[in-house]
Design a protein around this ligand. Structure first.
Ligand SMILES: [Zn+2]
Length: 281
């Protein structure tokens, strides 16, 4: 009798252990599947997966561009944006947005001067309106403190596919590392803010090739639909070499750069490109 009980107990244990193992295996393979989906999406966007940092919902690419895992498939912009700025007769357009400068960030005057540099290049159609509550803001400027050489990072925009238009929706935050920020001068701060806003409206690093990333190309699916991969060069800019525009404000790894003569011709083309289309010049 005792033996029988022990035997049944042992059998039960074996079944439980076995089913636990199976569950673990299932969890692991689900995670691996998610990870490989994320990597495939990054490759399509033209980002390097070897240097990407994936932390749960947050995915950092090119060092200071933040993608959200749950929004990855709504994130189409490539170098300046999406693909060529037309889909049939449609292009995409940057939606006007509001912004809030949180108290966690200091030197608001320098933040505003970086914002106005971007604003001055954009068409009047796009408005950037300051609001004084975080809840009412599309884009939030925040400070954080981390002992690192990274000056800050910004969220990548998402695409809102409407019936008649495709909107580019500004990324939700620009995050500035106070550890670096407090030692920068006004000119360096203005440059950093303009650089990070660039990411939030879909401009990636001008020197993306130095990150080992592939160039834009398009293939056709079996069902005839196109699939596009890689980084997209802003029309009428040179992006054939590793560092095609050394003075570009949007070059990566440029923490501490001064404003100098400001945006290059290529930078201006990129800002115009994300905020206009052929119907809304
Ligand atoms: Zn950057």
């Amino acid at each position: 009798m005792k033996f029988k009980v022990l035997f049944i107990a042992g059998l039960l244990c074996a079944i439980i252990v076995q089913s636990c193992k199976k569950e673990n295996l299932a969890v692991v393979s689900k995670e691996q599947e998610d990870l490989s989906n994320v990597k495939a999406a990054l490759i399509k966007l033209g980002f390097d997966t070897a240097t990407a940092i994936i932390k749960g919902e947050d995915i950092f690419v090119e060092e200071d561009i933040l993608l959200k895992r749950s929004e990855l498939f709504k994130t189409q912009p490539r170098q300046a944006v999406i693909r060529p700025n037309s889909i049939g007769a449609l292009g995409y357009l940057l939606r006007s947005f509001t912004y809030f400068i949180a108290n966690s960030l200091t030197h608001h005057r320098d933040v505003l001067s970086g914002i106005s540099e971007i604003r001055n290049v954009m068409p009047n159609r796009v408005t950037m309106t300051r609001v004084y509550t975080e809840a009412g803001a599309d884009l939030v400027f925040r400070g954080y403190n981390e002992s690192s050489t990274i000056c800050g990072f910004a969220s990548w925009p998402t695409m809102n596919w409407g019936i008649a238009t495709i909107e580019l929706v500004v990324g939700e935050s620009v995050n500035i590392n106070l550890f670096q920020w407090r030692n920068l001068n006004a000119s360096q701060r203005r440059t950093l803010i303009a650089h990070e806003i660039g990411h939030a409206i879909g401009i990636r690093h001008t020197n993306w090739r130095q990150y080992g990333e592939g160039e834009f190309f398009s293939i056709t699916n079996r069902d005839g639909s196109p699939i596009t991969y890689g980084a997209y060069t802003v029309p009428n800019t040179n992006n054939t070499s590793l560092n095609p525009d050394p003075s570009s404000i949007f070059n990566g790894n440029s923490c501490g750069r001064s404003w100098g003569s400001g945006f290059t011709v290529g930078d201006r083309l990129a800002i115009r490109y994300v905020s206009t289309n052929i119907f809304n010049p």
